[in-house]
Ligand binder design. Structure first.
Ligand code: NCD
Length: 303
């Protein structure tokens, strides 16, 4: 039995398999419509979510399975003081697989150590978000056809943005990747991430100026400033509109730039860009569902 807590638990070979399965689901959805008949997915969400929870549930329904769960901590026994370990043991009695989101870093890992069914990390605090990375990877793969030789700009809240951390880990395993980190100085990429890039000899640069680097990028991954991780509202208000991507700022960008965003968008991308052929963020939402279908099949060991 296998869980998914960190994206690096999947080898690049396994990622290729997931991407191929997702492509096949897109081509032949009827082939998969009953693969998980009789199986149940529990979504345990201790933090707000639209895409991640609903795409997990849609994924399970499209595989012919069923879903149960809760979407806020207050409606679960966590509100009475139940531990993650006990919740995981309990839900293992009801479901075949669990997707958990929690504000505390490491909570899904603790759940996986206590559950008797696979646990998927659906976002843990400001740490990791491996299934968003699966959505991001399918988007990049379908747009570019490969992961090698890309200059990838990540812009916004690189400190608390968990999707950023998981995506960097995943892309670090490909050849000739070059990262450009664009953030206010208060929201820089954490040292532990930089340290691991240095160790692996992966080039990266840091800047506060999006316009100065936009012309060099193949991928631009925009992110929201993570208000819920701030200690005070004043800092959030000062930093929240640090970057707003507008059609004017895109003037010097490559014609084949791919613009990604894990969403929700607050102000980071002007809606005027939504119809630009380079905007991939709504495709990315759809791809997230297909990758979650592929992942559920893999973890449930469904042929
Ligand atoms: C992200 C998250 O929850 O980390 N959302 C998502 O799952 N697509 C990004 C965010 O909330 O900013």
């Amino acid at each position: 039995m296998r869980s998914l807590i960190d994206i690096l638990e999947l080898s690049t070979k396994e990622l290729d398999r997931l991407l191929a399965t997702a492509d096949d689901i897109i081509e032949n959805p009827e082939k998969y419509a009953h693969k998980c008949a009789g199986k149940k997915l529990a979504t345990l969400f201790f933090e707000p979510s639209t895409r991640t929870r609903l795409s997990f549930e849609a994924a399970m329904y499209e595989l012919g399975g069923m879903c149960l769960g809760f979407s806020e901590a207050q409606s679960s026994s966590a509100a009475k003081g139940e531990s993650i370990a006990d919740t995981a043991k309990t839900v293992s009695c009801y479901a075949d697989i669990i997707a958990m989101r929690h504000p505390k870093e490491g909570a899904p890992l603790v759940a996986s150590m206590n559950a008797s069914v696979p646990v998927i990390n659906a976002g843990d605090g400001g740490h990791n978000h491996p299934t968003q990375t699966l959505a991001d990877l399918l988007t990049i793969h379908r747009e570019k056809g490969h992961f090698d030789n890309l200059t990838v700009g990540l812009c916004g809240d690189l400190k608390f943005g968990r999707t950023v951390h998981s995506l960097i880990s995943a892309l670090s395993r490909y050849k000739n990747i070059n990262f450009v980190f664009i953030s206010p100085s208060e929201l820089k990429i954490p040292d532990y991430v930089k340290e691991s890039l240095r160790k692996s000899g992966i080039p990266f640069t840091e800047t506060t100026d999006l316009e100065a680097v936009i012309s060099t990028l193949d991928i631009l991954y925009m992110t929201r400033v993570q208000r819920e991780r701030f200690f005070n509202e004043e800092d959030y208000l000062r930093l929240k509109d640090s970057y707003i991507l507008t059609p004017e700022k895109l003037e010097t960008a490559k014609a084949d730039l791919s613009i990604l965003h894990p969403l929700p968008r607050v102000n980071e991308i002007s809606v005027a860009i939504d119809n630009d052929p380079r905007a991939c963020y709504f495709k990315q939402v759809l791809y997230g569902k297909y990758m979650r279908m592929a992942l559920i099949l893999m973890l449930l060991e469904v042929e």
